[in-house]
Design a protein around this ligand. Structure first.
Ligand code: TMP
Length: 215
């Protein structure tokens, strides 16, 4: 029988609170006997994690930034994501290419056509362009995110950006969600953590991916 993995990505501006929910979903899938690959971008392999450190902390121009992010993605796809999907795993990926369109494209103002070209080169498979089956977007007002982030930790090159940057990033996510509405699940991340979780869990139950018992 053909193995059918599931590829789910999670997106949102910094401070939108996706991490605990990704862990919650990993536990819920495992509790149902599914193998879970929990990973992140940039990162997810030894090489991609090194590239992540550079992208988050070293000064560079926006083309270099985009190239490093896609280089990390290529390594991650080849060594972690594709093998996991071939095994039939549930792949939970904290950010993927929508983040590049939102942060580098909309946030930094980098040429979207170049990003599309890179996306095609890096994500092309024999069955077409590799994209997540579903992308969960934690949508949050950048002003609320800024309050949540204030004083949390030493900010990286993105977290240190002003609210206006995150407004553009948000607009970038909205544009991606609009152009591929079927793939996106939009969650109102301004709600309480419990309410966000219920909404997310319910959505996955409706898809038949999780059983009705909330964890
Ligand atoms: P994280 O803190 O959610 O792990 O994400 C790391 C940072 O990297 C976050 O500020 C967003 C940024 N990022 C990009 O700018 N472009 C990308 O393609 C990805 C995946 C992340």
């Amino acid at each position: 029988m053909k193995k059918t993995g599931l590829f789910i990505s999670f997106e949102g501006i910094d401070g939108a609170g996706k991490s605990t929910h990704i862990e919650g979903l990993a536990a819920a899938f495992k509790a149902q006997g599914r193998q879970v690959t929990l990973t992140r971008e940039p990162g997810g392999t030894p090489l991609a994690e090194k590239l992540r450190e550079m992208v988050l902390h070293d000064a560079m121009d926006s083309l270099t930034e985009a190239l490093l992010i896609f280089a990390a993605r290529r390594d991650h796809l080849q060594n972690v994501i594709e093998p996991a999907l071939a095994r039939g795993d549930v792949v939970l990926c904290d950010r993927f290419t929508d983040a590049t369109f939102a942060y580098q494209g909309s946030g930094r103002g980098f040429d979207l056509r170049v990003l599309q070209q890179l996306e095609t080169w890096v994500q092309e498979t024999s069955h077409g362009l590799r994209q997540p089956d579903v992308t969960v977007w934690f949508e949050l007002d950048p002003a609320i995110a800024a309050v949540r982030l204030a004083g949390a930790r030493v900010p990286d090159r993105f977290e240190a950006q002003p609210v206006e940057f995150f407004q553009k990033v948000s607009d970038g996510y909205a544009a991606r969600a609009h152009s591929d509405a079927q793939r996106f699940v939009r969650l109102d991340a301004a709600q309480t953590r419990e309410a966000v979780w219920q909404q997310l869990h319910q959505n996955f139950v409706q898809r038949g991916w999780l059983s009705t018992r909330a964890t």
